[in-house]
Design a protein around this ligand. Structure first.
Ligand code: CDP
Ligand code: CDP
Length: 222
């Protein structure tokens, strides 16, 4: 049988890649995996065990213990800045990335629910996890726009947030994610780069659909 279709969506924090990925998945009938959740779950489990997310051995152990049924993957606590910071620390550990690579490739090879394809969003989907993806998008926006989006989102989830803290969290993670040695945040050479600073979610969706159509010949079924 033909390989399942994979749509790779990467970008920095709060660029809107998660929202776009879910819409694409719904429109094309694909399964969606927010890969940031995996790193957040690993970071949070290290913190809960009283460990340091920058400790390679502790982070690697937590990553190997993560399976698709782990209840931590559904916790609201994953959305906090604390979990995000811990995530970007464990994300620099090569053993963590290797353990999560298997998790992500299994998802693309056997999309849940028998879906004909999957949409993965993260930092290194187009560059490392799925270099042969059917279509690749790199979603970005200015730092200020992204901090504003994250602030609104946290507040709507009932998570208290201070604007200057959210901006600082974003700056620190942007730097750590783009400067690390393994799988740094950067657009794949064949990615379609979409700056969403001045676009709303509907406009971003429309452009993404056009690009996916041009690469795969597919149109949304919903
Ligand atoms: O939602 P947001 O973009 O703020 O973060 P996320 O996508 O949940 O990712 C949290 C952290 O996990 C990032 O800052 C990265 O350090 C790491 N991550 C990664 O290294 N590779 C991925 N494919 C996804 C996330
Ligand atoms: O997954 P990522 O961290 O990149 O961002 P997100 O959680 O999908 O989006 C952050 C917030 O930006 C959400 O509350 C969206 O409603 C909003 N937003 C968007 O996703 N796309 C736009 N073009 C404008 C706003």
């Amino acid at each position: 049988a033909a390989n399942p279709i994979v749509i790779a969506i990467d970008g920095p924090a709060a660029s809107g890649k998660g929202t776009l990925s879910q819409r694409i998945a719904d429109a094309f009938g694909f399964a969606h995996l927010d890969t940031g959740v995996l790193y957040r779950a690993v970071g949070l489990s290290v913190l809960r065990a009283g460990g340091d997310p920058a400790d390679n051995a502790a982070a690697a152990r937590a990553a190997r213990a993560l399976d698709p049924d782990h209840p931590i993957l559904r916790e609201v606590a994953l959305r906090t800045d604390e979990a995000a910071q811990a995530a970007s620390k464990v994300a620099a550990v090569p053993e963590v990335r290797a353990a999560l690579l298997d998790f992500q490739r299994r998802f693309t090879q056997h999309p849940p629910g028998g879906a004909p394809g999957s949409v993965l969003d993260g930092r290194d989907i187009g560059t490392v996890v799925c270099p042969d993806a059917s279509a690749k998008l790199f979603v970005t926006a200015s730092l200020e726009v992204r901090a504003e989006r994250r602030l609104k989102e946290l507040r709507s989830r009932g998570i208290p947030a201070i604007p200057s803290d959210v901006l600082e969290d974003m700056k620190t993670r942007d730097a750590r994610d783009s400067q690390r040695a393994v799988a740094p945040l950067r657009p794949a050479v064949d990615a379609f780069v979409l700056d969403t600073s001045a676009l709303d979610a509907d406009e971003v969706f429309a452009r993404a659909v056009d690009h996916i159509g041009s690469k795969t010949g597919l149109r949304p079924s919903a």
